[in-house]
Design a binder for this molecule. Structure first.
Ligand code: ATP
Length: 363
C-alpha cells in the first residue's frame, strides 16, 4: 500500500511542517530488514506486551528502534496507517514520537529514534543502576519533563491523548539522560485480541490506579495515579511493588506513607543520593507523588497542576503541601483517615514493571 509514501514532510492535511522537525515516513520491510540485520537476535533490545524491539541503523547512519508488533496482522493496513499518523503528529521534546511505520503483508512495525541510555528502569534497577548516573539534578529534571510531556498529551495534543501506561520502563533516556516518554496512545492501535492480553498484563501492573484495574478503562486521572507511583519510584529507587516475605508483597505507597507521617524523608530518598539538600528537594516530589496516587480520582491533581507544583521552588508551597490532611498520621486523628489505598496483599505475583524480561534481555 502506497497510501502515505509521499507524506514525508507533510501532515495528513497536506500542510507543510516545520523544516527542523523530524518528519515521519513509511519504511519498506526490505529497508527495516537491512537496518536490523533481518531482526537478528543480537539486535534485540527487549520485548514488551505488543512485540519485540530491535536496534537498527539506516543507510544514512542514523540509529533506530524498530518495534515488530505481534498479533496485529489482522489490522487493516489503512486503519493502522491512519492511527499511526495521528500518533506521529504528536510532537513534544519529551515525548518519543513515532518516526515511521511499515505495514506490508502480515507485518506491522513501528519505527522510533534509538535512545542509547535505554529506560529509567535500567538506571534504577537494571544494568546501569550500579553506576548511579542519575543524580539529584537529573532526577528532578526527569520528574518535571515527564510531567510536562504527559500534561501535553492531556491538555494540548489534538486529539487529547490518555497515555494509559505511564511507568518507568516507558521513560526512555537520550544521550544526555533527558527523558522521553514513550508508548502512548496504544489503546487506539490495538486489535481486539491483543487488548485481552494487554488487559491481563495490566491487571498485574503496580502503576495502575484501583479504578483502572476495576474497570479496565484508561483515563487521565488514571495517568495521574501512575505518574504519582513513578515519582515515588524515581525518588526512592525502589520498585513499585516489593516482596516483603515469601507470601506477601507491598506497594510503594504503603511503604512511603508511614514514613511521611513521621516526616522521615531521609529514609525514603534513594540511599545512593545523600545529604540534607537532597532530602529537602526530593521531599516535594514525594508529597506530589502521594497527592497523585490517592485512591479517589477526583482528589488527584491534574497533570498541569502537577507540573506547577513540581516547578514551584517556594518554601511556602512545600509547607502548604505538607499541611494537607493526607499527610497526617491517622493514629493521631480519626478524621481524614488514609486517603491512599494501601494495596492489598498479593501472594500470587510481584506486580512489578513487567521488566524482568527486559532485564534478562539487557544483562
Ligand atoms: N526507542 C528505543 N530506544 C532504545 N530502547 C528502546 C526503545 N524502545 C524500546 N526500547 C527498549 O526495548 C524494550 C522493549 O520495549 P517495549 O516498549 O516493547 O516494552 P516495555 O515498555 O518494556 O513493556 P510494555 O510494552 O509492556 O509497556 C525495553 O527494554 C525498552 O527499553
Amino acid at each position: 500500500m502506497q497510501l502515505f509514501h509521499s507524506c514525508c514532510g507533510k501532515g495528513f492535511d497536506g500542510k507543510k511542517k516545520e523544516k527542523t522537525e523530524p518528519s515521519w515516513r513509511v519504511f519498506s520491510l526490505k529497508e527495516l530488514h537491512a537496518a536490523t540485520n533481518s531482526f537478528n537476535y543480537d539486535n534485540k533490545l527487549g520485548e514488551g506486551r505488543f512485540g519485540s524491539v530491535y536496534w537498527g541503523q539506516l543507510w544514512d547512519g542514523s540509529q533506530i528502534a524498530v518495534k515488530r508488533l505481534k498479533a496485529w496482522s489482522n489490522r487493516e493496513e489503512i486503519d493502522f496507517a491512519v492511527e499511526v499518523e495521528i500518533l506521529a503528529r504528536i510532537r513534544h521534546k519529551n515525548l518519543l514520537s513515532v518516526r515511521g511505520y511499515c505495514a506490508e503483508g502480515q507485518e506491522r512495525l513501528l519505527v522510533y529514534e534509538y535512545m542509547p541510555n535505554l529506560s529509567l528502569v535500567s538506571h534504577l534497577h537494571g544494568q546501569h543502576s550500579a553506576e548511579c548516573l542519575l543524580d539529584l539534578t537529573k532526577r528532578m529534571k526527569i520528574a518535571i519533563t515527564c510531567a510536562q510531556a504527559i500534561a501535553y498529551l492531556h491538555h494540548h495534543a489534538t486529539p487529547h491523548i490518555v497515555h494509559g501506561d505511564v511507568r518507568a520502563s516507558n521513560v526512555l533516556l537520550d544521550s544526555e539522560l533527558e527523558a522521553r516518554v514513550t508508548d502512548f496512545g496504544y489503546g487506539k492501535l490495538m486489535p481486539d485480541d491483543a487488548e485481552d492480553a494487554a488487559a491481563k498484563a495490566k491487571s498485574i501492573n503496580a502503576y495502575l490506579s484501583p479504578e483502572c484495574v476495576a474497570s479496565g478503562k484508561e483515563s487521565e486521572t488514571g495517568d495521574v495515579y501512575s505518574f504519582g507511583i513513578l515519582l515515588l519510584v524515581l525518588v526512592s529507587g525502589k520498585r513499585p511493588m516489593e516482596r516483603i516475605n515469601p507470601t506477601t508483597t507491598r506497594g510503594i505507597t504503603e511503604w512511603v506513607l508511614p514514613l511521611v507521617y513521621e516526616r522521615k524523608f531521609g529514609e525514603i530518598v534513594d540511599q545512593r543520593l545523600s545529604g540534607e539538600h537532597v532530602e529537602e528537594k526530593l521531599k516535594k516530589v514525594v508529597l506530589v507523588g502521594l497527592m497523585c496516587a490517592q485512591t479517589e480520582p477526583e482528589k488527584r491533581p491534574t497533570m498541569s497542576e502537577v507540573v506547577e507544583m513540581l516547578i514551584n521552588e517556594s518554601k511556602e508551597k512545600i509547607t502548604e503541601l505538607e499541611a494537607n490532611p493526607l499527610f497526617k498520621n491517622p493514629n493521631s486523628s480519626s478524621e481524614n483517615d488514609r486517603e491512599l489505598q494501601v494495596p492489598e496483599e498479593n501472594s500470587d505475583v510481584i506486580a512489578e514493571e513487567n521488566d524482568d524480561h527486559q532485564q534478562q534481555q539487557q544483562e
